[in-house]
Ligand binder design. Structure first.
Ligand SMILES: C[S@@+](CC[C@H](N)C(=O)[O-])C[C@H]1O[C@@H](n2cnc3c(N)ncnc32)[C@H](O)[C@@H]1O
Length: 482
């Protein structure tokens, strides 16, 4: 956490400034272990992460893996006594998973994630089982839902990284890891590169850092703030994806810790409907963004039918909107009239007019045409690029590109053919083609590689994942299929 940023934050609870009162360990102008104080509380900084949340609003079984509130209390006590060894012993005893992320040196993203996902699903299954036995209407018994074993008695929790990607969520997949294999990441990259922020960029609810993996190559580390309520996601992203970024643990049920217009851009993907207070979150994104900046809320879904889901491991009641049109109402009631231009991709442009509310600029009257599963909303004062035009992969090392493991492959002469493994469609935000044919003699052409990347056939994976998948030229060397 850079001191420059600490000086600019506002306490979300009392609006006061923060003063760095304890600086136990720092590196250059980054505070690694310390404490900041405002008018109402003191908040610890642990391994560079500012713990700003006073409650665990996210809830559910994940609290067992990292008992957040006790962790924060322990952090305050040990920071006060200057006892970093004591803090380490506390973490090792009470949250081995967090201890690994902070202290263990030889840890790989792939191995950690497989072990963590197994543990996570085991916890969820037990948690839901307890809930069901206790309350009847919520939770699922082990037999009903969480499926700890298949018919042969084999555990269905993932043993390999591929298991994590390929298994359906209910039987132990990992949503966050799977996001790295989603073709929509190329669109996100286009948007970021076509609308590069001039100053601070905030990434909200970032999961395992899909956005951070893209943004870290284009935004300075001391201008990149990532905020999420779930400690495990924060420490995974920090450890494996963007170690130099600035991280805040904060619950979006409370205001954001920034003054009005402080940020150049705010990005939030695949999370808005999950937040109970959707209107407040949109209002906060608009408030903290500068008038020249932008806020992108990507991958919004609706789902009236899913209001009560007894088998959720963290939120049984989902106040998902019934229709995408409801988002126009929400935006109309939350955004600052006169400076909001709204683009809901794929469904035309809307402009917020102080008198009439949102005015569609296209012929379409409604966002909701009944065929889409997702919309994304870009809020800005003027129309902006929404990632439809591909940004060529000119500055990217071709050696970092990998073929999507979502395809069954077959080689014939210079052609490599792929067929999408249909049962993996779950949790893909954007659809990759069912089949593709790649010309293996054209792998040195950047425009060709860019096209395949845009389609989701090729992936630009973060460093800790790249080596797990074979390099592109390996396919050129493979023998033809019989
Ligand atoms: C479905 S995930 C999306 C992750 C990521 N943006 C992506 O696209 O893969 C939702 C994220 O929102 C975070 N989240 C949920 N409720 C939150 C809250 N009340 N405050 C802050 N973060 C929250 C979760 O911890 C999780 O990282």
């Amino acid at each position: 956490m850079h001191q420059n940023l600490l000086d600019q934050l506002r306490c979300p609870y009392c609006t006061g400034h923060f003063t760095l009162t304890i600086n136990l360990k720092s590196h250059k102008d980054r505070v690694l272990y310390g404490s900041v104080e405002c008018n109402c509380f003191e908040f610890p900084i642990i391994d560079g992460v500012l713990l700003l949340s006073l409650t665990q609003g996210y809830g559910g079984s994940e609290g067992k893996l990292i008992p957040y509130e006790s962790f924060m209390a322990a952090a305050i006590v040990f920071i006060h006594t200057g006892d970093l060894d004591g803090l380490r012993a506390w973490i090792e005893k009470n949250s081995p998973i967090l201890a690994q992320l902070i202290y263990r040196e030889d840890l790989s993203f792939v191995d950690f994630n497989v072990a963590y996902t197994r543990q996570f699903h085991t916890h969820n299954a037990r948690y839901l089982d307890e809930q069901k036995r206790q309350y009847g209407v919520v939770g699922e018994t082990l037999e009903e839902g969480a499926m700890p074993a298949d018919e042969q008695g084999e555990s269905v929790y993932p043993k390999t990284f591929e298991d994590m990607l390929y298994r359906k969520m209910a039987s132990g997949g990992n949503f966050y890891a799977k996001r790295y294999f989603d073709s929509s990441v190329s669109v996100t990259r286009n948007i970021l590169l076509q609308n590069k922020p001039d100053d601070y960029l905030l990434s909200l609810c970032f999961g395992q850092g899909v956005f951070e993996s893209v943004a870290r190559e284009h935004v300075a580390a001391d201008k990149m703030i990532s905020l999420d309520a779930q400690l495990i996601n924060i420490f995974i992203t920090k450890r494996f994806i963007h170690p130099d970024g600035m991280y805040i643990c904060h619950d979006l049920y409370f205001p954001l810790p920034f003054r009005d217009g402080f940020l150049s851009a705010v990005f939030a993907s695949t999370c808005l409907p999950e937040l109970v207070n959707q209107a407040q979150v949109v209002r906060e994104i608009a408030r903290v963004t500068s008038p020249e900046g932008w806020g992108l809320i990507e991958h919004i879904w609706t789902g009236k039918m899913m209001r009560y889901v007894p088998g959720r491991y963290y939120r049984y009641m989902q106040n998902f909107f019934a229709s995408f049109d409801n988002y126009l109402t929400l935006l109309n009631n939350t955004c600052d009239p006169g400076r909001t231009h709204l683009t809901a991709y794929g469904f035309g442009d809307y402009r917020l007019d102080a008198v009439d509310g949102f005015t569609p600029l296209s012929e379409m009257e409604h966002i909701d045409d009944g065929t889409t599963g997702m919309i994304s909303i870009l809020m800005s004062a003027k129309p902006r690029e929404i990632g439809e035009k591909a940004v060529p992969l000119t500055d990217v090392e071709a050696g970092r590109l990998r073929l999507s493991p979502m395809y069954e492959l077959e080689r014939e002469g210079d052609a490599l053919r792929g067929a999408f493994k249909q049962d993996l469609r779950d949790f893909m935000q954007m659809t990759s083609p069912d089949t593709f044919e790649m010309d293996l003699t054209r792998l040195d052409e950047r425009t060709y590689l860019t096209e395949l990347y845009q389609a989701g056939v090729l992936l630009l994976l973060p460093e800790p994942l790249v080596d797990h998948f074979p390099p592109l030229n390996q396919w050129a060397d493979l023998p033809e299929s019989a």
